[in-house]
Design a binder for this molecule. Structure first.
Ligand SMILES: Nc1ncnc2c1ncn2[C@@H]1O[C@H](COP(=O)(O)OP(=O)(O)OP(=O)(O)O)[C@@H](O)[C@H]1O
Length: 586
């Protein structure tokens, strides 16, 4: 399966605004109570604001024109009270929606992160960590901003607009229609430009992801960059990503602000129309000054929210572009599913490859029609030239990938029928590049080990002694409590391999795969590892990938892996000859 998220580029426009909005609302559907209260608050706010111009017009006609200042003061007091309540409702809904936004952000980040955790290795091979980080951090925050700042304002503005429109039409429908006519232009303009605005925002978010990927790559490889004096090269690459981001941000900024001046102009045209029509009607004796003041205020109440809607609409487009990028991850499913247990076949072998073919997603076939068997308690070696397919074969044994064709059987049962916990318990894999988590040696060797997780220090020491790991542990300054920093240098590469080795051995797997696990370890320690491997429980099958052939002297069987073929080498001598021949050929 192809997990490359960038292949979705260009799909953004396929979701209509309406269905995207419905999807967005589903995200906060569990917040019904808060939403209802915030909605009431914002509608109350709009109503209070809408009543203002009407009362002002009334005060002018009834009291100002007749110089009844007591009435003016009373209405001024009423208006002040109304505006204070409006202020409170606005504050209240902002507070409520702020909470909704933060909770949505929290849930979304959890959902995206958990989804990423469920995805198979192929997903991580095909996507850059920086871009994924940007999706989890940055894109989710766009939704938070939309929910906390824009959604209710959006609704409030629409309510104010609709209310102002009704007032405009009710007071005098002719001037009302003239006042509302420019809004049709706004509608058309918005509809035509929205897809372009969303596209610009999607492109911008993508460049943010690209820049984040660039930063991540150079930060995690800083030593190589310094050693090879490639700072300028990476600075240039970052510069390019930054320029791309700058250009797309300018484009998105322009797109997001394109509505504003147009909406403003339409509002001014409406004011002019109202003023001209109103003054004409006053001269005809059909309109009052108070009504004209109210009218002008309602025209403002109609167009001002529209202008704000332009900004809110742009925020909505940004949120939708972010949501698209998040949903792309959420929609992914791992193709390494656990299948219903098929009939177990009687198989003498612990593990069997039956006519297995494999190719990485979107790549050529790497393994061709492999059939092999691994028996319990035996030691196997995989040797062969670089890039021949050893790690790939081991990755299939550990089910990091599924074969593209053929079957792998573990204890006579399709390996896909084991759930992840059971499989990782049965198969231990010491990777070529061991990874340590920040913490202590103890935490790292117990990583994911349910059996010993609650053991006391003494109990653990006994287990380590029993597994013959004591001498290895002595290499670390503070034993089990030695501190380790992920990606840091406090522990050497060889020491990292030792920790990975202890981590795997303590799990007592049925099959233990060592992929170049001793490549960075001195000869004495390597002998020590050899002894530990010898003393593993009798049932353990070992699969050793090694370039140094002395490490596989004691293997029961040697497989030669080259150009996607796995053949039995027979003897070490034979394997060496094949290797030499292969090197000479290349
Ligand atoms: N994640 C991947 N995506 C695409 N192709 C890959 C991936 N990993 C390995 N390959 C390709 O598969 C082939 C076999 O690689 P593999 O790592 O299995 O070789 P290997 O025998 O273990 O090599 P080495 O001795 O250098 O570790 C290589 O051509 C490699 O380019």
């Amino acid at each position: 399966m192809n997990y490359n998220l960038n292949k979705f580029t260009g799909k953004e426009q396929k979701t209509s605004n309406y269905s995207a909005f419905k999807n967005l609302l589903q995200l906060i559907s569990h917040e019904k109570r808060n939403l209802a209260v915030a909605l009431i608050a914002i509608l109350l706010n709009s109503t209070l604001n809408l009543l203002g111009p009407f009362l002002i017009g009334h005060t002018i006609d009834k009291y100002v024109q007749h110089k009844q200042y007591h009435g003016v003061l009373v209405f001024a007091g009423i208006l002040l009270g109304m505006y204070l309540v409006a202020l409170f409702t606005s504050f209240f809904q902002t507070k409520l929606m702020g909470g909704v936004g933060q909770r949505t952000l929290f849930t979304l980040r959890n959902a995206v992160f958990s989804k990423i955790q469920q995805l198979p290795v192929a997903f991580f091979n095909q996507n850059k960590a920086g871009d994924l980080i940007s999706r989890v951090n940055n894109d989710t925050d766009k939704l938070n901003q939309f929910f906390s700042q824009s959604l209710m304002q959006f609704i409030g503005n629409i309510a104010t607009m609709v209310g102002a429109g009704i007032f405009l039409l009710l007071i005098n429908y002719k001037i009302g229609i003239a006042a509302l006519a420019p809004a049709v232009l706004i509608l058309i303009f918005t509809r035509v430009l929205s897809p372009w605005v969303k596209r610009k925002n999607a492109a911008n978010l993508k460049t943010v992801g690209g820049m984040s990927a660039e930063i991540q790559e150079s930060l995690s490889n800083f030593k190589v960059i310094i050693a090879f004096n490639r700072r300028d090269y990476f600075r240039k690459r970052f510069d390019e990503a930054n320029v791309k981001n700058y250009n797309s941000a300018i484009g998105a900024g322009l797109a997001n602000n394109v509505f504003l001046p147009f909406y403003g102009m339409c509002g001014s045209i409406a004011q002019l129309l109202v003023l001209t029509g109103g003054i004409y009607l006053i001269t005809q004796g059909q309109f009052s000054i108070g009504l004209l003041v109210s009218y002008l205020a309602y025209a403002t109440y109609f167009y001002n929210p529209l202008r704000q809607l332009a900004t809110l609409w742009a925020n909505f487009q940004v949120a939708m572009a972010g949501w698209d990028r998040i949903s792309e991850i959420l929609a992914l499913e791992s193709d390494l599913v656990t299948i219903a247990a098929p009939n177990t076949v009687i198989a003498p072998a612990l593990l069997e490859f039956r006519d297995v073919h494999f190719g990485y997603p979107e790549g050529r076939e790497i393994l061709h029609n492999i059939s092999l068997t691994l028996e319990q308690s035996k030691t196997y070696a995989l040797v062969g030239p670089t890039g021949g397919g050893k790690t790939t074969t081991a990755s299939l044994i550990a089910r990091l990938y599924d074969p593209t064709k053929g079957t792998i059987l573990l204890n006579g049962k399709d390996i896909r029928a084991y759930d992840a916990a059971e499989r990782s318990q049965k198969i231990g894999f010491i990777l070529q590049e061991p990874f340590l988590f920040t913490g202590t040696v103890k935490e790292n060797i117990l990583y994911g080990n349910e059996l010993y997780k609650d053991y006391s220090h003494e109990q653990l020491a006994a287990v380590i002694k029993e597994a013959n790991l004591e001498k290895l542990l002595a290499i670390f300054e503070n034993g089990l409590e030695t501190g380790v920093v992920s990606g840091g240098d406090s522990v050497s590469l060889g020491q990292k391999q030792l920790i990975a080795f202890m981590r795997a051995v303590l799990r007592k797997p049925d099959i233990l795969i060592l992929d170049e696990a001793t490549a960075n370890i001195d000869t004495i320690t390597e002998q020590l590892l050899g002894e530990i491997l010898e003393k593993l429980p009798a049932k353990t099958t070992r699969v050793i990938i090694a370039h140094r052939l002395n490490t596989i002297e004691n293997a029961d069987e040697i497989f030669f892996v080259n150009s996607g073929e796995v053949t039995r080498a027979g003897s070490l001598q034979n394997a060496m000859e094949k290797l030499l021949h292969g090197v000479r050929m290349s």
